[in-house]
Design a protein around this ligand. Structure first.
Ligand SMILES: Cc1cc2nc3c(=O)[nH]c(=O)nc-3n(C[C@H](O)[C@H](O)[C@H](O)COP(=O)(O)O)c2cc1C
Length: 239
């Protein structure tokens, strides 16, 4: 899962574009990690690169809780207990009704994910166990919780996405793997209490960070993408 920088076996393309393209294309969400620790200095380097993200009027709306060891385990334990009790309302990241093209892609994603995990989609217990693995950060040594001032609106959340992508790419190019996780949002209140968030703070997502378990089948997934002509509208070109 290391980024591949060469595009041809004969004349490797060593241009910056080829290097950056390879990093972007080879990043993927990893859902099984080795327990090997990640030093604080490496996480700090990643965040130092990520903070170069642009933001509306340079407002930089991100705040990151970096959890390792007992701190990571303690949060996981509290969320897992809440998940087991099943008393928190479900969190839906999409509106109802969901746009039909989104539904189709989400269904395709679910089919591929559960096939790789060997879980029948009708097996709700099996799917529930997979959801719970999110809260253990899929075994990663570092758990990241990203928060924003919840009074901010969509352009600040857009800024946040740029920052998150920087985190994932900076990690990837250092041989580390990530999985961004909206599943943590359901347990905003548990996280808020545990991390002593201020009442205005909203959890954007969590993220697992560590070294990929290359032997796990779930990490060989390659999620499909719409071709450019499926989403780009071209106007005014001569040819
Ligand atoms: C904001 C965000 C939240 C996500 N939440 C989860 C999650 O809770 N659990 C999970 O397993 N994957 C999660 N994912 C990963 C997506 O499923 C994944 O990015 C998508 O299927 C494309 O696959 P790729 O990242 O491997 O290219 C999330 C991705 C994003 C960007």
């Amino acid at each position: 899962m290391q980024p591949q920088f060469a595009t041809s076996s004969r004349t490797p393309d060593t241009s910056p574009a080829a290097a950056i393209d390879a990093i972007i294309r080879s990043r993927m969400s990893v859902r099984a990690f080795r327990p090997a620790p990640v030093p604080r200095s490496l996480v700090s380097d990643i965040l130092d690169v990520a903070r170069a993200a642009p933001s509306t009027f340079n407002t930089q709306p991100w705040r990151v809780y970096v959890l390792a060891g007992a701190a990571r385990a303690a949060l996981s334990q509290k969320i897992l207990a809440a998940h087991e009790a099943n008393t928190h309302p479900q969190f839906a990241p999409f509106p109802t009704p969901q746009p039909t093209d989104c539904i189709a892609r989400q269904n395709e994603f679910g089919g591929l994910l559960y096939k790789a995990l060997g879980i029948d989609r009708a097996d709700s217990m099996g799917r529930g166990r997979q959801t719970a693995r999110n809260y253990m950060f899929f075994g990663a040594p570092i758990g990241l919780i990203f928060t924003i001032n919840g009074t901010l609106t969509k352009h600040s959340w857009l800024d946040y996405g740029l920052f998150l992508q920087n985190v994932m790419l900076a990690a990837h190019t250092r041989g580390l793997a990530t999985c961004p996780q909206v599943s943590f949002v359901r347990y905003q209140s548990v996280i808020a209490q545990h991390l002593r968030l201020s009442p205005s703070d909203a959890v954007v997502c969590g993220m697992s960070l560590g070294y990929a378990d290359e032997s796990a089948a779930v990490n060989s997934l390659s999620m499909p993408r719409e071709a450019v002509d499926g989403f780009a509208v071209w106007e005014g070109f001569e040819e």
